[in-house]
Design a protein around this ligand. Structure first.
Ligand code: ADP
Length: 496
C-alpha cells in the first residue's frame, strides 16, 4: 500500500502545534504497519534546512506540469515549481519538498499571510499532492493520498478533477485536525485556482461568498477522518460544525474518528533527557525532583507540598485558558502554584503576565515556544490544565497521563476519549486518570474541578493510585496506524 502523506509540519523540523507531532510520528508508524509511505512538504526554510539528501535511486526533481492548476502569474514563468526528493532525518522516510522559494522561503510563522498569497501558496501544495496522486513520479504511484487540514484541502479536489472521467489513480483521505481553521480566501482567488466555474457554488468550495480550502477537502475526499471519535460526532452539530455541519452530516457515512497517539520516545518520563532525573512507575518519588527543578527554573517558591498546575498551550480562545486566568487568584489562595508556557492572543498573554506580577513566586508565566520548558512542566507539575472549549484530540493531556501529571480537562472532543474522571465510582474501580468538568464552561465549572483536585491531593495514597493508573495508559501510534491502514485497504483492496 503506497501512501503519500501530504502535510505542512513535521517535528522537530517544524511544529506550530499537534499537527507537527502527528506529522513526525504517524508516517513511520504507517511504515511499521506495512505501508510504503512518502511525505510531501512545502519548502519552508526549516524544512529545506532540516531534510537530508534523497537516498532513492531515482532522485531527480519533478517539475509540476505547466498550464494547469493554480495560476502563479509571473512566479510560474520565472521559476517553474518542482518537487525535490529528500529524506527525513530520524525516520529516514522519503519526502518530496515543494521548492518554490518565492512562496515558501520566508521566516516566521509558516501560515502568516505576509504577502497576501496564502491562497496560491497552499493551492500549489494541494496541486502538487494531486499531481503525485495522478502519476507525476514515474517510479512511485501512490494508492492513497492522505491530506491534513485546510493547507492540503484542495488536493482531493484537484485529484478528482484531473482524472475526470474515471476514478483517479489514487484514492484520497482527508484528516481534520481542527475544523476551526478553514483556509478561507476572497472570491477573487477562485479564478486563479484553475478549477471549473461550477465549483464556485454551494456544492463546490464556495463558503458564504468566499473560497474555503477546508470545504474542498470535505467535499472531495473519499474518506474523512478526525483525530478522535468524539470530535467526529461533535462536528456534525452546529455548535462545533463551524458552519460546515450540514455538509458533514451529508457525508457522515464516510467520516470516522481515529485517535492520535503519543510518541513515547519523546514523551516518556523514563527516558526524558530534558528531566534532570528521569522517573517511572517504580520510581515515582523522583517526580519530586522534577517539581523542585521546575520551581527553581520558573522562579516558583521551592515548596514540595504546593500543588503545581501546569499549562503548555497555544493561548487562544479554543484552549479555554481565559478560565484559568479567571481563577488564578483563587488557585493561589487555595495554596496552589501555576506554571504557564504559551504564546498566542496578546490580551490573554498580558492577563497571565499581570497574574504573575500579582503573585510572584506562586504564578510563573513564560510567553513563547519552549520545548525544554514544556517537558519540565510535564514532569514537574502535579496537574496539567486543558480546559479547551473544543478539542479535536489534544496531546498535552496524553503527555500528562504518561508523566503522572494528572489532566484536568473540559468534557469535550478527544479529552472525553482519553481521560477518566476521578468520580467516587471511578476511584473505587481504579479507572480514574484525571479530572473533568462539564456542568458549565465557565470559571465556576473549572473552580469546582480545581477543588476536587485539592481534595484528592490531600489524600496522597489515592492520588498516587490515580497517577499509577494514568501512567499505565497507552495511546499508541501503532494502534492509530493500524486503523488508518484498514481504512486505506477499504479504499484500495487490491493494493500490495
Ligand atoms: P494544538 O495542536 O491544538 O495546539 P495539541 O494539544 O494537539 O494542541 O498539541 C500541542 C503541541 O504543541 C504539544 O506537543 C505541546 O507540547 C506543544 N506546545 C504548545 N504550546 C507550546 C509552547 N508554548 N512551547 C512548547 N510546546 C508547546
Amino acid at each position: 500500500m503506497k501512501v503519500l502523506y501530504a502535510c505542512t509540519e513535521v517535528f522537530p523540523l517544524l511544529k506550530t502545534g499537534g499537527l507537527g507531532d502527528v506529522g513526525a510520528a504517524l508516517p513511520p508508524a504507517l511504515r511499521d504497519a506495512g505501508c510504503d509511505v512518502r511525505v510531501l512538504l512545502p519548502g519552508f526554510p526549516a524544512i529545506r534546512a532540516g531534510v537530508n539528501p534523497s537516498t532513492l535511486a531515482q532522485a531527480a526533481p519533478l517539475a509540476l506540469p505547466a498550464g494547469y492548476g493554480p495560476q502563479l502569474g509571473m512566479l510560474g514563468s520565472a521559476q517553474p515549481p518542482a518537487l525535490h526528493p529528500a529524506t527525513l532525518p530520524g525516520s529516514g522516510l522519503a519526502a518530496y519538498v515543494l521548492d518554490v522559494p518565492a512562496l515558501f522561503d520566508r521566516p516566521g510563522n509558516p501560515y502568516e499571510d505576509v504577502h497576501d498569497d496564502n491562497g496560491i501558496r497552499f493551492a500549489l501544495l494541494g496541486w502538487a499532492a494531486a499531481c503525485l496522486g495522478n502519476g507525476l513520479d514515474p517510479h512511485w504511484q501512490p494508492d492513497v493520498l492522505h491530506c491534513h487540514d485546510w493547507q492540503t484541502g484542495l488536493a482531493p479536489l484537484y485529484l478528482r478533477q484531473m482524472a475526470m472521467p474515471g476514478p483517479p489513480p489514487a484514492a484520497s483521505v482527508f484528516t481534520v485536525h481542527n475544523l476551526a481553521y478553514q483556509g478561507i480566501f476572497p472570491p477573487a482567488l477562485f479564478a486563479r485556482l484553475g478549477l471549473p466555474d461550477y465549483l464556485f457554488g454551494i456544492a463546490g468550495i464556495e463558503f458564504w461568498g468566499q473560497v474555503s480550502f477546508m470545504k474542498a477537502g470535505l467535499q472531495a475526499a473519499d474518506r474523512i477522518t478526525t483525530v478522535s471519535p468524539t470530535y467526529a460526532h461533535e462536528i456534525l452539530e452546529p455548535e462545533q460544525g463551524c458552519g460546515l455541519d450540514g455538509l458533514l452530516r451529508a457525508r457522515s457515512a464516510v467520516i470516522s474518528g481515529i485517535l492520535n497517539g503519543v510518541d513515547y520516545e519523546v514523551w516518556s518520563p523514563a527516558r526524558d533527557g530534558m528531566l534532570a532525573r528521569p522517573y517511572d512507575l517504580d520510581s515515582l518519588e523522583h517526580k519530586r525532583r522534577a517539581k523542585a527543578d521546575l520551581q527553581r527554573r520558573t522562579g516558583l517558591q521551592a515548596d514540595p507540598d504546593a500543588m503545581v498546575f501546569g499549562v503548555v498551550s497555544r493561548l487562544t480562545e479554543q484552549k479555554g485558558l481565559h478560565l484559568v486566568e479567571a481563577v488564578a487568584d483563587e488557585l493561589v489562595s487555595m495554596g496552589g502554584q501555576l506554571a504557564v508556557l504559551g504564546t498566542g492572543d496578546p490580551p490573554l498573554e498580558q492577563a497571565f503576565l499581570r497574574a504573575a506580577a500579582r503573585h510572584a513566586g506562586r504564578i510563573a508565566v513564560d510567553i513563547g515556544y519552549n520545548e525544554p520548558l514544556a517537558h519540565a512542566i510535564m514532569g514537574g507539575a502535579d496537574v496539567i490544565l486543558v480546559p479547551s472549549r473544543f478539542e479535536p484530540c489534544g496531546l498535552t493531556q496524553l503527555y500528562g497521563l504518561r508523566y503522572g501529571t494528572l489532566p484536568l480537562v473540559h468534557r469535550v472532543g478527544g479529552l472525553v476519549d482519553t481521560v477518566v474522571d476521578a468520580t467516587a465510582q471511578n476511584l473505587e474501580s481504579g479507572r480514574a486518570t484525571g479530572f473533568m468538568f462539564d456542568d458549565e464552561f465557565s470559571p465556576q465549572g473549572l473552580r469546582v474541578a480545581l477543588r476536587r483536585c485539592f481534595e484528592l491531593h490531600a489524600r496522597p495514597h489515592e492520588w498516587a493510585q490515580v497517577q499509577r493508573t494514568a501512567m499505565q495508559q497507552r495511546f499508541d501510534w501503532r494502534e492509530a496506524a493500524s486503523q488508518y491502514a484498514t481504512l486505506y485497504r477499504s479504499l484500495k483492496p487490491h493494493a500490495d
